[in-house]
Design a protein around this ligand. Structure first.
Ligand code: HEC
Ligand code: HEC
Ligand code: HEC
Ligand code: HEC
Ligand code: HEC
Ligand code: HEC
Ligand code: HEC
Length: 295
């Protein structure tokens, strides 16, 4: 009885030790293994794809098949085998490989497979909606994040970096970008400032909805709260004015437009007045100097 109990206890201790050892070294060994696998696979792919001139003709368009090895290796997925995103490619020739639109759609499906926590927000957002005419989501993950150059937002070159993101959104929202460019916030953000609002500070990232939707960060209900993240001044008024407008004589930008016009003319008027005074003074000096000496 006693020895049996002792044996059970020994077996139990051994099992515990085994589990502890596995927990301590298992993941490290696995990570090592993955890294090894990534190096082998990626070396293979990059033998061809690191060549700058590698192009193909898809859907009548010339597409570059070049992958910047240096950028890829320091990207968030740099230690991951290429085949984790390009799941239908394992060797060359690439039998059954997808091209153009189908390729982009397939790989963006892989992003969602791994980054599950983002999918619920993204699916509800305006960018997750499928545009039936185009047969694709309004904005794919890769439209905002890039492809083989995906970094954390803290990296200055990241497409989602605070100072880069207006350009990223502006690729598709050109008119709003031009309007944002006139804004106080843009004056700071586009020059590298960290405090003022980028598109994402006001709109969010994966949960973006149009201003007409109640849950949108820029709906009339939520705008004061959104501005209050950084501003203390009267909040009810913040939802009233238009945030994005063009400088035009009528419409939302009319006040700013006419203020700009008035100030421009005021400045031109002042400078002209001063110049005229200087010229009159010079003329007087000139004629004084040319008067016959009365002494
Ligand atoms: C021997 C050179 C070579 C190797 C190795 C190679 N590729 Fe390619 N790859 C090409 C060429 C050439 C094309 C152009 C289209 C074609 O011929 O299929 C291409 C096209 C592609 C495309 C774009 C469109 C398509 O056909 O799907 C992707 C993605 C791709 N390769 C990924 C990879 C990955 C991932 C690896 C490694 C597992 C790899 N390639 C290994 C030469 C190569
Ligand atoms: C994080 C996912 C991801 C990884 C990892 C990845 N790719 Fe891609 N790749 C993409 C996406 C997304 C596209 C589609 C880009 C587009 O055209 O919008 C793409 C497209 C391509 C293309 C087609 C040309 C192009 O730019 O459209 C080639 C070639 C390619 N990848 C090669 C590679 C190679 C080689 C590796 C490994 C060194 C790799 N990829 C790793 C996401 C990935
Ligand atoms: C095979 C799984 C896998 C696929 C497919 C994948 N990722 Fe990732 N991704 C990861 C892992 C793992 C990390 C690193 C997580 C970490 O260290 O925080 C990561 C990191 C990231 C990050 C940086 C996260 C941060 O903390 O700032 C972004 C952004 C990202 N991935 C976007 C994408 C996009 C876009 C795609 C598709 C083009 C994609 N991923 C495809 C696994 C994947
Ligand atoms: C409209 C542009 C946009 C789209 C589309 C988009 N993202 Fe993002 N994503 C961002 C921005 C901007 C950030 C940085 C958020 C911030 O600054 O707080 C981000 C951050 C991330 C991060 C880092 C962790 C986090 O939650 O902050 C991951 C991972 C990520 N995105 C993956 C994805 C995946 C996967 C998809 C597709 C399902 C996707 N993103 C679609 C703009 C986008
Ligand atoms: C300071 C906060 C703020 C910043 C920064 C901001 N927005 Fe907005 N945005 C708003 C508000 C509030 C609305 C609601 C309508 C309005 O007031 O003009 C809006 C509306 C929009 C709309 C829908 C209506 C329209 O005018 O077309 C789009 C698209 C948009 N913003 C994109 C962007 C992009 C892209 C950027 C960055 C280049 C950006 N926004 C920067 C606050 C902001
Ligand atoms: C690949 C292109 C693309 C990118 C990149 C993109 N968007 Fe969009 N966005 C769209 C499309 C398409 C729509 C839906 C059509 C529309 O209403 O303009 C949309 C809709 C919106 C709307 C709602 C507009 C409305 O009037 O209801 C806002 C707000 C918005 N985007 C902000 C952003 C912000 C902020 C970013 C960057 C973080 C961004 N978008 C990046 C394509 C894009
Ligand atoms: C991420 C923080 C942040 C958010 C969110 C934000 N702002 Fe700002 N805002 C700033 C900073 C910082 C400045 C000063 C920028 C400068 O002039 O360099 C500023 C300047 C301004 C100014 C110019 C007058 C002044 O006080 O300097 C106005 C007006 C303004 N913001 C309105 C808004 C409105 C309206 C919203 C919400 C729709 C908003 N802001 C959201 C950070 C923010």
């Amino acid at each position: 009885m006693g020895t049996n109990k002792g044996r059970t206890r020994k077996a139990f201790i051994v099992a515990i030790l085994f589990i502890i050892t596995f927990l301590a070294f298992g993941p490290a060994a696995f990570a090592e293994d993955l890294l090894q696998k990534a190096v082998i696979i990626n070396e293979g792919c990059l033998r061809c794809h690191a060549a700058q001139g590698l192009n193909a003709n898809f859907d009548g368009k010339t597409v570059s098949l070049y992958v910047d090895k240096a950028k890829y290796e320091v990207s968030m997925h740099g230690t991951m085998p290429c085949t984790y995103c390009h799941t239908n490619i394992s060797d060359y020739p690439h039998t059954g490989a997808l091209k153009g639109k189908e390729l982009v759609a397939q790989v963006n499906g892989e992003c969602r497979r791994c980054h599950k926590d983002i999918v619920a927000d993204y699916n509800k957002s305006i960018h997750g909606q499928v545009n039936s005419a185009e047969g694709r989501q309004n904005a794919y993950c890769s439209d905002c994040h890039g492809i083989h150059n995906i970094y954390k937002k803290e990296v200055p070159e990241a497409t989602i970096n605070h100072n880069q993101v207006p350009h990223t959104c502006g690729n598709c929202h050109e008119e709003v970008f031009e309007q944002y460019d006139l804004d106080f916030h843009a004056k700071s953000v586009l020059l590298g400032g960290k405090e003022a609002a980028s598109c994402v500070s006001c709109h969010g990232s994966h949960n973006i909805l149009g201003p007409g939707e109640k849950e949108s960060m820029v709906s009339p209900e939520n705008t004061p709260k959104t501005c209050a993240k950084c501003h203390l001044f009267p909040l009810e008024n913040m939802a009233k004015g238009k945030m994005h407008y063009s400088l035009e004589p009528t419409g939302d930008g009319a006040v700013s437009f006419w203020v700009l016009i008035c100030f421009s003319w005021l400045v031109i008027g002042c400078i002209t007045f001063v110049l005229v005074c200087i010229l009159l003074e010079l003329r007087r000096k000139w004629s004084d100097a040319n008067k016959p000496d009365s002494h």
